[in-house]
Design a protein around this ligand. Structure first.
Ligand SMILES: *Cc1c(COP(=O)(O)O)cnc(C)c1O
Length: 377
């Protein structure tokens, strides 16, 4: 039998046609027609005042750190159970990272854990909507208001998912999406900065264009463009934007298929042993079919499961390693225990989930998950 891969990047089939149009247009660098089409789409869909396409979500996070004016000594609260870029973007500008723990019921950050870390040096709360399921935003936004903190959503997983009906990526001052090949829609590597706080729009445009007011120049507002702030080359070339635009046009069908697979797993795996956690979607949240996981009580059980699935030709994969105990950060950590971040690090395994998965492949995954638990009863 053919092995079931963990992931296969989705291709619409029209990427080459769109990229060829970009090449033939003569405008190859960023901020051309396809970039504008992507911007129009997301600004319309999200009702966001400004979005900017970036070369990666990592870049968009680095822009966030720049835009909120992080200086050495500022503290930023970040979940430990996340991808390295979430924290690295702020560490790069000298922030002291304070790691918060996850919830018992979900890898999402615990609002209580955030509350305990806030002090007079705290500048921002960064959160990750893990697997595209919204964080518990009401208490987090209340804490931010109370202490006058920026809220930044790392919404890398979270396209087309909602919190009380509002799109994820529109709840914080700033938010970021990823279009890396492993995400729901992709252009190889790409990202998006979403600017919800109107006070940050002008600086975001400057930072995007190497710290210049080129965007004002292009609008005819100034006669020459000048160096006006710190920035970098954050924008992707038109060929990348073209590829992304071809995926945007297919977003609905991609999402329908991914959610179908997610729902199938969720129903078929509803009766696993009580000590094995599966994704939980609270009443204020939605799922967007980004990923499906099982979390085992410890790393021995998780690796026994991964080994069994692999022996059946099914590729399953762990996820993040707690950043507070990473080689780079361990000696900078404040020493607090983060038991849930460690629990997801040790026990979480993701099942295959990609739009081109066949019915047969989905059924094989479920059959083998049941076989794993059956053999041990
Ligand atoms: C994928 C991912 C990133 C990084 O995205 P890139 O576009 O590859 O830079 C950041 N944060 C999270 C939570 C991610 O899953």
């Amino acid at each position: 039998m053919q092995p079931v891969p963990f992931h296969k990047p989705f291709l619409t089939g029209s990427e080459l046609k769109f990229a060829a149009e970009a090449l033939e247009s003569g405008h190859l660098s960023g901020n051309g027609r396809f970039t504008k089409l992507c911007h129009e789409y997301f600004e319309g869909q999200l009702k966001a005042p400004r979005v900017l396409l970036t070369s990666s979500c990592t870049d968009a996070l680095e822009m966030c750190s720049l835009l909120i004016g992080i200086v050495p000594g500022d503290e930023v609260i970040i979940p430990s159970y996340t991808f390295v870029s979430t924290a690295n973007a702020f560490a790069l500008r000298g922030a002291r990272i304070r790691f918060a723990d996850s919830l018992a019921t979900s890898p999402n950050v615990s609002p209580e854990s955030i509350r305990e870390l806030i002090n007079e040096r705290t500048k921002a709360i960064v959160l990750v909507h893990y697997g595209g399921v919204a964080c518990d935003m009401a208490p987090i936004l209340a804490l931010a208001r109370e202490h006058n903190l920026f809220v930044i959503e790392d919404a890398a997983h979270a396209i087309d998912s909602y919190h009380h009906g509002k799109p994820l990526g529109t709840l914080g001052d700033l938010a970021t999406y990823s279009f890396h090949e492993t995400k729901n829609i992709q252009c190889g590597q790409g990202g998006l900065l979403i600017v919800n706080n109107p006070d940050l729009i002008e600086r975001a445009e400057y930072a995007w264009e190497k710290g210049t007011d080129r965007s004002r120049f292009l609008r005819g507002e100034v006669s020459k463009y000048r160096w006006v702030s710190l920035g970098s080359s954050f924008l992707p070339p038109e060929t990348t934007a073209a590829m992304l635009y071809s995926q945007i046009l297919q977003l609905d069908s991609i999402q329908r298929r991914r959610c179908e697979i997610w729902d199938y797993y969720h129903k078929a795996l509803a009766c696993l042993p009580a000590n094995v956690l599966t994704p939980h979607v609270p009443p204020y949240a939605t799922r967007n079919g980004h990923l499906y996981f099982l979390c085992f009580p410890d790393s021995q059980e998780a690796s026994a499961f991964a080994k069994f699935m692999s022996s059946q030709g099914i590729s399953v994969v762990t996820h993040y390693l707690s950043l507070h105990s990473s080689p780079y950060f361990a000696d900078k950590h404040d020493g607090s225990e983060l038991p849930y971040a460690d629990y997801y690090t040790a026990g979480l395994i993701r099942l295959p989930l990609f739009s081109a998965m066949t019915e047969d492949q989905c059924e094989r995954v479920v059959t083998q998950v049941h076989a794993f638990f059956g053999q041990r009863d």
